[in-house]
Write a protein of this length. Sequence first.
Length: 83
Amino acid sequence: MAYVITDACIMDFLCAAECATAAIAPASAADAAVGISHLFINPDECIDCGNCASICPSGAIFAEDELPAEKAHFAAKNKAYFN
Ligand code: SF4
């Protein structure tokens, strides 16, 4: 399992700075590609610590098994970013 970033993300990059495994990308505004609307968590790097979710001011980050049904597709979207 991993944590997942959804469309409530405001791209403040607080979570990326918090993540001990650098699982969150892009890591900064300077690295962000034009056109993305939220950050992404690499499920192969995430260790499920939950720190990112606890500091996210917009409530955009969920444990994969706690994603609301209408946001379930963001799990695949996060994973695909790293493929
Ligand atoms: S749950 Fe922990 S390891 Fe996973 S993305 Fe968030 S801060 Fe990083």
